[in-house]
Design a protein around this ligand. Structure first.
Ligand SMILES: [Mn+2]
Length: 316
C-alpha cells in the first residue's frame, strides 16, 4: 500500500534488520540514497546492509567503501530509486517490505510504498524520511544524499529540479556536504576514456526530422575501444541534449546480453515516458528508457520510427 513520509518513518522504526537494494546498472542516486539511508538506520541501532545486482560505480566508492555494512541473515528488504521489480534485477524475487522512489512507480507486492514523482532525486525522499524519523544528518550522510541530487538532476538543471530540491540541498550543505568536490568530480572532471567514448558517440549521431530527432549508439566494443566500463559513464545519456534544436535525443547502448537499451531525453511537452511506454519501458516525463531485443542498427530504425510518429502527432 502507498504510505506517506510520516507513515513510512513510523514503520521503519518497527523492524531491526534491513537490506537496502539499489537498482541494476546503478547510478549516483540509487547508490547514494541506499548508503545514506543505511547510515541513518544504523545510527538508531538498526542492523543494515546495502546490496545490488551490479557493482557500485568507481566514482562513488570513496564514500561507500567507508560504510560498515552489517551481516544479516533474514533482512527486511527496502528498494530505493527503483521504478519496478524488474529494476532490482536478481533481487526481484525477494519480498519487499518497503519501497522509496521518485518515478511513476509500478513496483508490485510492496507492503509500504512511499513515492513522489517529479522530484529531482530519490535522495530527497530519503532525506525527508530520515528527518521524519528524527535522525541527525551527519556530514557522511549529507555527502551521499547531496551526490545523489547532483548526479540525478545533472547539477540542478533537470525539469524535475524543484524548490524542494534546492531546499534539501541547502540543508545538506548546512550538514557539511562538500559542494566543491562533489560538483567537480560528478559534473566537470572527465577521464580520458570518457572523452573518447563521447567522441565515439558523437561520430555515431544520425539526425532525422529536420534535426529534431537524433540517435547515437554505444556498443560494447566501443566501451572496450575507449577503455571505460559501462558503470563509468554515468550521465552519457544526456549528451544528446546538448545539441541545439533537438527535441528527442536517443542514446542506444548495447547491453551485455546483446539487447539494446534506448535512453530517451526529450524537452518541452514531448514525453519520453510516453514514447518508451510504446516499447514496454518508462521513467520520467523528459527522461525514460526502453529495451529492444535486436541489433543496434535495427533498434535505431525502430526507435526513429516511433519517435517520428510521436513528434508528428504532436506537431500536427
Ligand atoms: Mn533517481
Amino acid at each position: 500500500m502507498d504510505v506517506t513520509v510520516k507513515e513510512i518513518a513510523e514503520k521503519l522504526k518497527e523492524y531491526d534488520n534491513y537490506c537496502i537494494i539499489y537498482h541494476i546498472r546503478p547510478d549516483g542516486d540509487c547508490v547514494c540514497s541506499a548508503f545514506g539511508l543505511c547510515l541513518a538506520l544504523q545510527s538508531i541501532g538498526k542492523k543494515c546492509t546495502v546490496k545490488g545486482q551490479d557493482e557500485i560505480p568507481r566514482i562513488h566508492r570513496y564514500m561507500t567503501d567507508k560504510v560498515n555494512l552489517d551481516e544479516i541473515t533474514e533482512p527486511v528488504y527496502i528498494a530505493v530509486d527503483s521504478v519496478s521489480r524488474h529494476r532490482v534485477g536478481s533481487y526481484g524475487d525477494k519480498h519487499f517490505t518497503f519501497c522509496i522512489d521518485h518515478h511513476n512507480n509500478i513496483f508490485d507486492n510492496v507492503d509500504f510504498r512511499y513515492f513522489e514523482t517529479d522530484t529531482g532525486a530519490c535522495s530527497e525522499l530519503v532525506y525527508k524520511v530520515i528527518k521524519e524519523m528524527g535522525i541527525v544528518v551527519t556530514k557522511q550522510i549529507a555527502d551521499l544524499l547531496y551526490t545523489a541530487i547532483v548526479t540525478d538532476t545533472l547539477c540542478f538543471r533537470t525539469t524535475d529540479t524543484r524548490v524542494q530540491t534546492f531546499e534539501i540541498a541547502t540543508e545538506l550543505v548546512r550538514a557539511g556536504a562538500d559542494v566543491y568536490h562533489i560538483g567537480r568530480i560528478n559534473t566537470f572532471i572527465k577521464s580520458a576514456g570518457r572523452m573518447k567514448i563521447e567522441n565515439i558517440l558523437r561520430d555515431s549521431f544520425h539526425f532525422i526530422c529536420d534535426n529534431k530527432i537524433v540517435t547515437g549508439i554505444i556498443t560494447l566494443k566501443d566501451l572496450e575501444t575507449a577503455g571505460v566500463l559501462d558503470s563509468d559513464i554515468e550521465g552519457i545519456n544526456s549528451f544528446v541534449e546538448q545539441i541545439e534544436g533537438v527535441r528527442i535525443g536517443i542514446t542506444i547502448r548495447e547491453l551485455p546480453d546483446g539487447r539494446m537499451r534506448c535512453s530517451i531525453r526529450s524537452n518541452g511537452d514531448i514525453s519520453a515516458n510516453d514514447i518508451c511506454k510504446i516499447h514496454g519501458g518508462g521513467g520520467h516525463f523528459n527522461a525514460a528508457c526502453c529495451e529492444l531485443n535486436m541489433s543496434a542498427s535495427e533498434a535505431r530504425k525502430v526507435i526513429e520510427q516511433t519517435c517520428k510518429k510521436y513528434l508528428e502527432s504532436k506537431e500536427c
